[in-house]
Design a protein around this ligand. Sequence first.
Ligand SMILES: *Cc1c(COP(=O)(O)O)cnc(C)c1O
Length: 237
Amino acid sequence: MSDIKTRLSSVRSRIRQAEEKYQRPAGAVSLLAVSKTWPAEAVLTAMDAGQHRFGENYIQEAVEKITTIAQYPERNAVEWHFIGAIQSNKTKEIARHFQWVHSLDRLKIARRLNDQRPASLPPLNVCLQVNISAERTKSGATINATVELARQVAQLPRLTLRGLMAIPAPSHEFNEQRAIFHQVNALQQQLNAEGLNLDTLSMGMSGDLEAAIAEGATVVRVGSAIFGPRHRATTSD
Ligand SMILES: *Cc1c(COP(=O)(O)O)cnc(C)c1O
């Protein structure tokens, strides 16, 4: 568990160095720790080391963890982000337990989250997942579909449209990574030029966070570089 603290601090310094190198303001990039497949104890260890934002992919696993963490006094500082594929029978749980969703890519899901967001909670922050190229998952809307979806989601009162998310196909070539992130940033600027007010670019993971920061990421989603290699194959729910 002390490894988590060491790795967390090295990820933080990677972020700081990239901010400096690519002339981003200090603190412009926030770190979302992706705790999928890891137990609540791992989350608590990261919390001890000052980490407050956590990303989860699988709703059942996430709700158990969120419920456990809610018993600790520090719980109010914790922010939960849903970053996995969304099936329509899972929207109710997502709307109740999370502050953010990064992986919205269909209007039907947006409407369900909007309708199911409890009145006692503030609007749910959402990012639209855009699929720029042949990506590793089938999730994400095309560029054209994202433009249309953004206009519609912006009308939903119980959602706050915050920005875009992308998961490029893995590449070891820095300039290839940058080129994809550059297109996500350009799409965000295009939407803002239309009058939307997007402030979040969720892009960059353990292997490509520097390229994402170079292209304007405001949130990097980092799992294995913090928690270690995932100890079971990722599954759907
Ligand atoms: C698992 C996951 C991450 C973290 O990936 P690492 O390579 O372990 O940093 C980031 N984003 C999404 C959507 C994920 O599913």
